[in-house]
Design a binder for this molecule. Structure first.
Ligand code: GBH
Length: 467
């Protein structure tokens, strides 16, 4: 079919990044280490021993990078603020130099007609908050501790006061599932703890941080400000229709999705989640006033989507290991979803995005949706002519944008799409080995080369149509 798929007039065409993945300059302007600085410097945690020390050197190349976005015709840019850059120890006074960086970034974006979407927390907790909980608990602090939610709300207020006059869209957290279950459950992300109860506590305190943070933002921002959150909901599919496989799906859906959307959208944790995890915790860390604090009105719901999950019941007696990112999901086996694989070994399955957009249209009626991340890693190389040809990524993006269009036609109120990522960058536990960018980065020279997918996406962004 040669027909062009047209998107709504006001649709936001953007790209996304995160502070620790691109900024570098980890010791400048009073910035202190985050949990990712500590984790990446711990041998064996990140592939190749890579760290974010330099990354894309975006902290020094801000102007060039904003010009690049303008050349690509982007209408929006989602970036995150580094907490330890603007509030070095996670409590107390702000670091003016840190705030100045983000103010200058926002000013340059606005001067180029690019709308900023600020994510307040994309995984770089000040190390101090992980190490030294205010109650002196020897187990450590961080997200398993309630105090971290209060600290986050204070930090949110600081950033809102500093740049709230010029930023309209705010996301409190990026993918709290990853912070809680990869950070404290499987330990493959910072801070690398492997304690299922800590992971569940972290999930709750992240929810609370969102709620308190949203209130702090609204108290400091003009009324037109839009406050939301970016989740990575997983379309969970059962391998077969057998009752035990459907039950495995229910349990994983609770731990992947409803542990967040329950309190965020309905004001309560799902009863089945509490029952499934009862052997681990009685959830008494949830105080009576918390559900109401968490259920703040959402001006948008951000959906990050890469790949679905396929689950079945596992053979008898199989218990989730202590290092599972799914505490309480005993007796579940994970399977590779059908579809081609990206360089991450993630299946390409655009139908998952259609499903998610339909699901949250139904579960969050009246709440506009944004696709705040979608994209793929491939083995990109700069050829002899200095070009990067990445037809696989063009196909991936085309298929997922078609999925967004299909969801809109079916009634989903999707207001924008942010490609992950603007630049190749520090891909967490995979270091620099995985490239998600629309723009290639040569880490030796910091040279940026727009990939063929970047040119293709630029055409889509400028025209508002999909070829
Ligand atoms: C996002 O995380 C991040 O927001 C972004 O910073 C990152 O660079 C980007 O995506 C690409 O990774 O195998 O059990 O972990 C996405 C993280 C990837 C988490 C898929 C869930 C599958 C389940 N998600 N993953 S598991």
């Amino acid at each position: 079919m040669n027909e062009l798929l047209r998107f709504p007039e006001e649709f936001l065409w953007g790209a996304a990044t995160a502070a620790y993945q691109i900024e570098g300059a980890v010791r400048e302007g009073g910035r202190t280490p985050s949990i990712w600085d500590t984790f990446s410097r711990t041998p064996g945690k990140v592939l190749g021993g890579d760290t974010g020390d330099v990354a894309c050197d975006h902290f020094h190349r801000r102007r060039e990078d904003v010009r690049l976005m303008a050349e690509l015709g982007l209408g929006a840019y989602r970036f995150s603020v580094s907490w330890p850059r603007v509030q070095p120890t996670g409590r107390g006074p702000a670091a003016q130099q840190g705030l100045d960086f983000y103010r200058a970034l926002v000013d340059e974006l606005l001067a180029h007609g690019i709308q900023p979407l600020v994510t307040l927390y994309h995984w770089d907790l000040p190390q101090e908050l992980e190490t030294a909980p205010s109650d002196g608990s020897p187990a450590g602090g961080g997200w398993p501790e309630r105090d971290t939610a209060y600290r986050f709300a204070e930090y949110a207020g600081i950033v809102a006061e500093a740049i709230g006059d010029r930023v309209e869209r705010w996301a409190t957290l990026n993918e709290p599932w990853c912070s809680a279950f990869l950070g404290y459950g499987s330990g493959v992300h910072a801070p690398g703890r492997t304690d299922p109860v800590a992971a569940l506590r972290a999930a709750h305190h992240l929810n609370l941080a969102h709620g308190l943070g949203a209130q702090a933002l609204r108290a400091a921002l003009p009324a037109r400000a839009q406050v939301g959150i970016c989740l990575n909901p997983s379309p969970v599919r059962a391998l077969t229709d057998a009752p035990e496989d459907l039950d495995a799906r229910r349990r994983v859906d609770a731990l992947a999705n409803r542990v967040f959307t329950g309190p965020l959208l309905k004001g309560a944790y799902p009863a089945d989640l509490l029952a499934d995890t009862a052997r681990l915790t009685d959830w008494s860390f949830v105080r009576p006033e918390d559900p109401a604090a968490i259920r703040q009105p959402l001006d948008f719901l951000g959906i990050n989507y890469y790949t679905p999950a396929v689950v079945s019941a596992a053979p008898d007696g199989h218990r989730a290991s202590a290092r599972s990112p799914w505490p309480g999901a005993d007796g579940v086996a994970f399977h590779r979803p059908p579809g081609e694989l990206t360089a991450m070994d993630w299946s390409v399955a655009p139908s998952g995005l259609v499903d998610l957009l339909a699901r949250y249209t139904a579960e969050a009626p009246g709440v506009p949706l944004l696709v705040t991340e979608n994209g793929a890693a491939y083995e990109d190389v700069v050829d002899a002519d200095g070009h990067v040809h990445d037809p696989d990524r063009i196909r991936y993006l085309h298929a997922h944008l078609s999925a967004v269009h299909e969801a809109i036609r079916a009634g989903a109120d999707v207001r924008g799409y942010f490609l992950w990522s603007l630049l190749d960058n520090f891909e967490w536990a995979y270091g620099y080995s995985k490239r998600f960018g629309a723009v290639h980065v040569d880490y030796g020279t910091q040279r940026r080369t727009v990939k063929s997918s970047g040119r293709w996406y630029s055409g889509v962004a400028r025209s508002g149509r999909l070829p």
